[in-house]
Design a protein around this ligand. Structure first.
Ligand code: PEP
Length: 249
């Protein structure tokens, strides 16, 4: 049975005091569903967030990492470093990383390998741009992103892979894919995995939707059969809104 997951991506928001305040607010919320809950603070706040949340069932995850174990990569963070401060899951391939930091499918394949080699779980993000959707090319674009970055993996690697479909045109824009658009794409993603690895693997992988999920639309989106949760940006910065989404299952 695949897991329902709701992960909050805090991006480059919140200094130490603000992060601690948000965590205090999160701890005051009640989770009523079986969804796994994760939050991704910025690197400087990972350890304190991990310490503050380690006795709870909210997992602290990283927003990015480098593929090398260590070395001359100024400004970068390795999987081993993340693990040394308690982090076991990393978001890779977010559209902001792809767009502003030129992360390609080939680079992301290396990052995925490094994370898996360190026994970390990966939330792998991908999604089409508006022009792709308008030209009707969105399924092919998404298929290619998955194939290029993940199809060298073995089927058993997928126990540590979570997929996050995030149409770029819906991220931070207030524009959400309709529940039907999300379901159609998630079904296509699952079929893409099934065609290569078989349905046992495809049915075991959680596929999250991301893109302007809010308390007022989460229930309808999460109600679709191939949507196994969400990656939440803006709405994860307020504990009440985030937990309204968590409890939308
Ligand atoms: C994201 O950045 O992953 C995201 C989904 O952002 P938002 O919820 O703000 O659209």
């Amino acid at each position: 049975m695949r897991k329902n997951i709701v992960a909050g991506n805090w991006k480059m928001n919140n200094d130490l005091a603000q992060t601690q305040a948000l965590i205090t607010d999160l701890k005051a919320q009640t989770k009523t569903t079986n969804a796994e809950v994760m939050v991704a603070p910025t690197f400087t706040n990972l350890y304190s967030a991990y310490e503050a949340l380690k006795e709870t069932d909210i997992e602290v995850v990283a927003q990015n990492m480098h593929f090398a174990e260590n070395g001359a990569y100024t400004g970068e963070i390795s999987a081993a470093m993340l693990k040394s401060v308690g982090i076991k899951t990393v978001i890779l391939g977010h559209s902001e990383r792809r767009e502003y930091f030129n992360e390609t499918d080939e680079l992301l394949a290396k990052k995925v390998d490094a994370a898996l080699a360190n026994d970390m779980r990966v939330i792998f993000c991908f999604g089409e741009e508006l022009a792709d959707r308008k030209s009707g090319n969105h399924e092919q674009v998404v298929e290619d992103q998955i194939k290029n970055a993940l199809f060298h993996l073995k089927s058993w690697d997928y126990k540590n892979i979570v997929l996050a479909y995030e149409p770029v045109w819906a991220i931070g824009t207030g524009e959400t894919a309709t529940p039907e658009q999300a379901q159609d794409m998630h079904a296509h993603i699952r079929k893409t995995i099934a065609d290569h690895y078989g349905y046992d693997t495809a049915n075991s992988v959680s596929i999250l939707y991301g893109g302007s999920v809010k308390p007022n639309n989460a229930q309808e989106i999460f109600g679709k059969p191939d949507v196994d949760g969400g990656l939440i940006g803006g709405a994860s910065l307020k504990a009440e809104d985030f937990f309204a989404i968590v409890n939308a299952f």
